[in-house]
Design a binder for this molecule. Structure first.
Ligand SMILES: C[S@@+](CC[C@H](N)C(=O)[O-])C[C@H]1O[C@@H](n2cnc3c(N)ncnc32)[C@H](O)[C@@H]1O
Ligand SMILES: Nc1nc2[nH]cc(C(=O)O)c2c(=O)[nH]1
Ligand code: SF4
Ligand SMILES: [Mg+2]
Length: 222
């Protein structure tokens, strides 16, 4: 069973798959504590916030409620709702707190392609085919460390930045926990701040990295 906070179909707004129609599964719970996190309503996984799967699917606004669902129920939900996207993004919260292999196997068997969004602070348990996006979190209040095995597994590293200090911390991480040579590296400005965006653009050009701008926030979509 997986605790899901929301399920929705939208356009992937971040990273390599930006622009791809995608089904998002947002899992409940994250102890990392990034002060600028977009999804603070997913941090606490409280028993009293458990609701039905229908209540989660019909949610109109962000909230901390969640439903326990099986991979088969998720697949059935996708089919019932007539979703057309075949790219599934598992995010959160911190999805790597859960063993994502059973969910991945069921969805891949049904023809979906999987991607996970993770902070790299928990062991990644996914199918081999899953596209892994690691968004490293350094020096956050929860005190979790980015794991070298997560950096190695990443197909894509998408690092959130606002100031030069963040670039320096990222350089140190790349030296101590080297990614695979094929990994794509992107900088993502924190919360569309103009100075963060200017910094990210400048460093991306200098280093030949990619810029990821959270397209959904510019489009005002989910
Ligand atoms: C909400 S997190 C959930 C998945 C996982 N916990 C993680 O951090 O990757 C999804 C993505 O949003 C990014 N993100 C969250 N808040 C952001 C913000 N205010 N500005 C830019 N990116 C943000 C994260 O870095 C991550 O890449
Ligand atoms: N459209 C859209 N794209 C996204 N890419 C990553 C997201 C996330 O919250 O993990 C996200 C999200 O919340 N919405
Ligand atoms: S690790 Fe991800 S979900 Fe957790 S606080 Fe940071 S951005 Fe939010
Ligand atoms: Mg988001």
């Amino acid at each position: 069973m997986y605790p899901i906070n929301e399920v929705f179909q939208t356009i992937q707004g971040e990273g390599v798959f930006t622009g791809a129609p995608a089904l998002f599964i947002r899992l409940q719970g994250c102890p990392v504590g990034c002060p600028w996190c977009d999804t603070q309503h997913t941090w606490e996984h409280k028993p009293e916030d458990e609701v039905s799967i229908t209540a989660v699917v019909e949610k109109q606004a962000a909230s901390s409620t969640w439903a326990n669902v099986t991979p088969q129920q998720i697949l059935k939900l996708f089919e019932q709702r007539g979703y057309t996207a075949r790219h599934v993004v598992i995010t959160g919260g911190e999805p790597a707190m859960y063993d994502l292999r059973p969910l991945g196997q069921v969805l891949e068997q049904a023809g979906y392609q999987l991607q996970i969004e993770t902070s790299g602070t928990f062991e990644i348990r996914t199918t081999n085919k899953t596209w892994v996006t690691v968004s490293p979190k350094l020096d956050m209040p929860g005190g979790y460390l980015v794991r070298p095995d997560c950096m190695k597994r990443a197909n894509e590293i998408k690092y959130p930045v606002a100031m030069q200090k963040h670039i320096d911390q990222f350089d140190k991480l790349l030296r101590s926990c080297p990614p695979s040579p094929e990994a794509i590296i992107a900088l993502q400005p924190i919360s569309q701040r103009p100075r963060a965006t200017a910094l990210a653009m400048r460093v991306c050009i200098e280093r030949n990295w990619r810029l990821s701008v959270q397209l959904h926030k510019y489009l005002n979509i989910e």
